[in-house]
Design a protein around this ligand. Structure first.
Ligand code: 13P
Length: 251
């Protein structure tokens, strides 16, 4: 059975002290509650070890937002998947549109990052999604299919079954414009269909597919009620515990 997941992506926000306070407050807010979904926080590298120490691992998973496409060595400024693993984090967000757009991450680079993430026993939260011009041309399905075919569809069925997919239309990220429930459901159903074609119905049924892009406490209940939407990847609304908790409670 696939899992419902609400994952926060803090992006480049919060000092170490602020991040520690946020993780601690979230952990307190979830204490003693029965959660209907897995909760993950995607934090900057420098926060990873502190965030892991601040939360109850049974309640909150911790994700990095990126990792190097190399195993180790002379790559100044990079952080490897093994280093992420050593902090106790369990996930790495990969292929976010901001990394593809601003840091030139190609499918080839992402293939190496996904492989290293899996090799270290971590779960990739693999992002895909189209820009507005692609959506306006109604070519979003072909575009997303191509993103997946160039990357995670090259994995073995066994490895693919370990990943989480997040569909984040670029035009909905940080804009306040959420994809309509129908647009989000249609795309996630499409992604599930092509997973089934590639890896079979069982793996498709068991893959958690998240929606991201201006997801908030108001729109989350309707989004999460859709048959193919298994949760959300949350940017802005993950930076305040009350907002993030309300999204978690949408399940
Ligand atoms: P917002 O929720 O701020 O639109 O960001 C979505 C996102 O990019 C999460 O990875």
């Amino acid at each position: 059975m696939r899992k419902n997941i609400v994952a926060g992506n803090w992006k480049m926000n919060k000092t170490l002290q602020e991040g520690l306070a946020l993780a601690t407050e979230l952990n307190e807010a979830l204490a003693g509650e029965t959660q209907k979904c897995d909760v993950v926080i995607g934090v900057p590298f420098i926060h990873l070890a502190s965030a892991v120490a601040a939360v109850d691992a049974n309640k909150v998973g911790v994700a990095a937002q990126n990792c190097a496409n190399k195993e180790s060595g002379a790559y100044t400024g990079e952080v490897s998947a093994a280093m992420v693993k050593s902090t106790g984090a369990g996930y790495i967000i990969l292929g976010h549109s901001e990394r593809r757009e601003y840091y030139g991450e190609t499918s080839a680079i992402l293939n190496d990052k996904v492989a290293l993430t899996l090799a270290n026993g971590l779960t990739p939260i693999y992002c895909c999604g189209e820009a507005l011009d692609v959506r306006n041309a109604n070519e979003q399905n072909v575009y997303v299919k191509n993103q997946l075919e160039e990357t995670v569809f090259n994995l073995s069925a066994e490895d693919f079954s370990k990943i989480v997919i997040a569909y984040e239309p670029i035009w909905a990220i940080g804009t306040g414009v959420t994809a309509s429930t129908e647009q989000a459901q249609d795309m996630l159903a499409f992604i599930r269909t092509i997973i089934a074609e590639k890896f079979g119905a069982v793996i498709a049924e068991n893959t958690s597919i998240l929606y991201g892009g201006s997801c908030n406490a108001k729109n989350a209940p309707e989004l999460f009620a859709q048959p193919d939407i298994d949760g959300g990847l949350i940017g802005g609304a993950s930076l305040k515990v009350a907002d993030f908790k309300a999204i978690i409670d949408a399940f």
